[in-house]
Design a protein around this ligand. Structure first.
Ligand code: ADP
Ligand code: MG
Length: 451
């Protein structure tokens, strides 16, 4: 039976979306489609232009081939097509081969070969975590760091680091059995095994490894039977000094919905955090990425990005990709001016039409408050904080003046708004929780019903 190119490509896109960052996915794959009339044995992917085709070929071909081979029944070649000015299609056929093989080894371990120690930029914000991870990779199960527990906000490098441990061990000592899984995958495997009466196999698979790398452990929250299973896995491995590495978005004591006996075990070894990168580190990361991708970026452009994108490394990468894509697609040189234009676009586009009422409604909902309490005179601590946050969001996400924001929050003075904005900005820098809270509300404003 012939494979259906559309179905294969849909599957491939889903897998890609999982694997690469959202900005890259959008930039390179959002308009890629499979041609229905692919010639025998070839899957033809149609993209916008030659530039995109070449970029995908150079950067994503091994991944694409891997995912295609997961579903296709026949052995498909992959080629790309893009429209010429007169509407006809031009084709490029990749000269692949050796690259595609890289993924064979990692199959089963689910490690992404991109995540390595030598591509990981180290600064004050992540040095502790890096040092501990390297120590563990060099002598798994033999250090005091068992388990090694790494925590930090999104996009700060937890997955990169934990997978770097896996890649390092797999290369140094291919005999060692390493499993990398997110806690969601662990849960899924467990439930699957239960329903198919394969618990023994599941247990054996996870307990027979030398190194267990479990990413995003916070997702075990509230899943009691999975936690029970993980508890036994943990004990079995720890007893025989096999290495366990865990990541989460907050320290053990702050994860809700996880049994005490597990939480206390998480603290048996070493708990380290990764903080948001400081300015110098952001510059270093951008330089590193630029070099990796062979990009010629001036220092002023790099500094511009580093000044303006501060939240995390994934956002830095996203900004860089967006800028490169823009410059290449329109044949422009990358200057600070272009960076300013391209990087400010997102905010304007995605928050367009947002009103102060939208923000008040969403913030009130987030804190479980009556919407009008944000406009009242009451000054209890939590209402005051929610109000300041809403003012800050109004200031940064709408074009309203300080004065009109003050008016909309119960006729307050513009200096009150300034104070609120400064305070929240300061908190965002110092307090990971506040930063995440702001991001969450901001996301809900762009994806939620009010927008
Ligand atoms: P998390 O798992 O904490 O959400 P990731 O590990 O997925 O974050 O990192 C997000 C992106 O940033 C990845 O593409 C990763 O390679 C990159 N990254 C993170 N930390 C660093 C670093 N210190 N040096 C270079 N790239 C990094
Ligand atoms: Mg991660």
């Amino acid at each position: 039976m012939r494979d259906d190119p559309k179905r294969i490509w849909e599957y491939c896109l889903t897998r890609l979306q999982d694997k690469i960052n959202p900005q890259s996915f959008k930039t390179w794959f959002s308009s890629a489609t499979a041609l229905p009339n692919s010639a025998d044995g070839t899957l033809v992917i149609r993209v916008k232009n030659l530039f995109v085709a070449e970029w995908i070929e150079q950067h994503y071909l091994p991944l694409v081939s891997k995912f295609v081979s997961e579903v296709a029944q026949e052995n498909l070649k992959i080629s790309f097509a893009y429209p010429l000015h007169d509407g006809t299609l031009a084709y490029i056929i990749p000269t692949k081969g050796k690259e595609a093989n890289n993924f064979k080894e990692e199959r089963g371990r689910f490690l992404n070969p991109r995540f390595r120690f030598d591509s990981f930029v180290v600064g004050d914000f992540n040095r502790m975590a890096y040092t501990a991870a390297l120590a563990v990779a060099e002598a798994p199960g033999k250090t005091k760091y068992n388990p090694l527990f790494i925590y930090g906000g999104v996009g700060l490098g937890k997955t990169h680091l934990i997978q770097a441990i896996g890649n390092f061990i797999a290369e140094e000592d291919p005999g060692k059995k390493v499993i990398y899984a997110t806690s969601e995958k662990f849960t899924y495997n467990f439930i699957n095994a239960l329903s198919r009466n394969r618990i023994q196999e599941f247990t054996r698979a996870y307990r027979s490894v030398d190194v267990l790398l479990m990413d995003d452990i916070q997702f075990l929250s509230g899943k009691e039977s999975t936690q029970g299973q993980f508890f036994h896995t943990f004990n079995a491995l720890h007893q025989v000094n096999h290495q366990i590495v865990l990541t989460a978005d907050c320290p053990p004591e702050e994860i809700d919905g996880i049994e005490e006996r597990l939480l206390s075990r998480f603290k048996w070894g070493l708990v380290v955090d990764i903080k948001p990168p400081d300015f110098e580190s952001r510059v270093a990361i951008l330089k590193n990425k630029a070099e990796f991708d062979n990009l010629d970026l001036s220092d002023s452009v790099i500094e511009y990005i580093a000044h303006n994108i501060t939240s995390n490394i994934r956002a830095l990468e996203g900004a860089l990709i967006k800028l490169i894509a823009h410059a290449s697609l329109y044949g422009r040189e990358i200057t600070v001016d272009l960076a300013r234009k391209v990087l400010s676009q997102k905010r304007r586009v995605s928050y367009r039409g947002l009103t102060i009422s939208d923000i008040q409604r969403q913030v009130a909902r987030y804190f479980d408050l009556q919407e009008n309490s944000l406009c009242e005179k009451k000054r209890t601590k939590d209402i005051a904080f929610a109000r300041q946050l809403a003012m800050y969001l109004s200031r940064t996400l709408t074009s309203s003046s300080l004065k009109s924001i003050g008016l909309r929050f119960g006729g307050r003075d513009h200096s009150t708004v300034v104070h609120a904005c400064n305070k929240i900005e300061d908190l965002i820098k110092r307090d990971e929780k506040v930063r995440r809270m702001v991001e969450e509300i901001r996301d809900s404003l762009t994806h939620g019903p009010s927008k």
